[in-house]
Write a protein that binds this ligand. Structure first.
Ligand code: PAF
Length: 289
């Protein structure tokens, strides 16, 4: 297995990146606190290209006031061991001083979709994500990059940025990795107390129920399938979750579906709070017709 190299600065990165003439480099941007979900993104990058780079940077631009920037888990030593075991070729550990835009006046705007759903509760979050991801894309000029489908809105916005700004990079989404009880892996799951962790499994279970309901309601033309959102919000509240939002988004535009025409396929998106932890998840809805 080739040695894993580590770059701490832009200049080190430039000397360690292979030429695109000889290598097909793929990038997996992360904020560290790595788990098997990240591992599956790295494996996917490996299956797409022949050089895998991972960045670790807890991006302050995507945290709002009062959010968990300070307590976000930082586990560099175990992350590096994890990446080495996974056969990563290059790790980039930029400093905020170098990668965060100096005066912050020029940032990427995530547009109308960036203000919906998670963007409504976390103003500026997606502008912060896109600004850093665009910088990483410029620094690495990878053939492609992999992002998790758990952050469905983030994936949509990164794909939109690449398309709208004509960046020559393939962005692929990779399926969510789950615990055996269905909870999506997330670096933030470690905030959950043991009682909350047991309860958290109800979140994916209720979303599974929503996906079945969407199918069942389609059999009756007098039923409004959008009622799934209210039903699911109620169920989540009854189980002790504080619902941030439950919404149904169009698969092409990512705008909320409000009727009267309701497509057969859509995304169900949800975010809830459980104690001090914010959990997000989503489902691909299909009536199966
Ligand atoms: O999904 C994440 O971990 C972050 O939002 C990302 C894409 C690394 C940007 O900071």
């Amino acid at each position: 297995m080739a040695l894993m190299r580590i770059a701490h600065s832009f200049s080190e990165l430039r000397t360690l990146l292979p030429s695109s003439r000889t290598h097909r480099s793929w990038l997996v941007p992360t904020m560290g606190a790595l788990h098997e979900g990240h591992g599956s993104l790295i494996d996917r990058a490996r299956s797409e290209g022949d050089f895998v780079a991972v960045s670790i940077f807890v991006n302050p631009l995507q945290f709002g006031p009062g959010e968990d920037l300070d307590r976000y888990p930082r586990t560099l030593e175990s992350d590096l061991a994890f990446l080495e075991r996974r056969g990563t070729d290059l790790v980039f550990l930029p400093t905020a001083g170098e990668i965060v835009p100096r005066d912050g006046r020029i940032t990427v705007s995530s547009g109308p979709v960036g203000k919906l759903f998670c963007g409504r509760s976390r103003p500026g979050h997606f502008d912060g994500v896109l600004t850093i991801v665009l910088k990483l894309f410029h620094l690495f000029t990878p053939e492609g990059a992999v992002f998790g489908e758990k952050d469905r809105q983030q994936l949509f916005l990164i794909q939109s940025m690449v398309r709208d700004l004509d960046l020559p990079i393939r962005v692929v989404g990779h399926p969510t990795v789950r615990e055996s009880d269905g909870l999506a892996l997330s670096s933030r799951n470690r905030y959950l107390t043991s009682e909350e962790r047991s309860r958290a499994a109800l979140f994916p279970a209720i979303l599974d129920h929503a996906a079945r309901l969407w199918k069942d309601l389609a059999r009756d033309p007098f039923q409004n399938r959008l009622e799934v959102c209210d039903t699911i919000s109620r169920r989540l509240s009854e189980e002790g979750f504080v619902v941030d939002y439950v919404a149904i988004a169009d698969r092409e535009t990512f705008l909320p579906i409000s009727g009267p025409a309701i497509p057969d396929e859509a995304f169900l998106l949800a975010a809830v709070h459980l104690g001090k932890t914010r959990l997000i998840d989503n489902r691909e809805l299909s009536t199966g017709v």
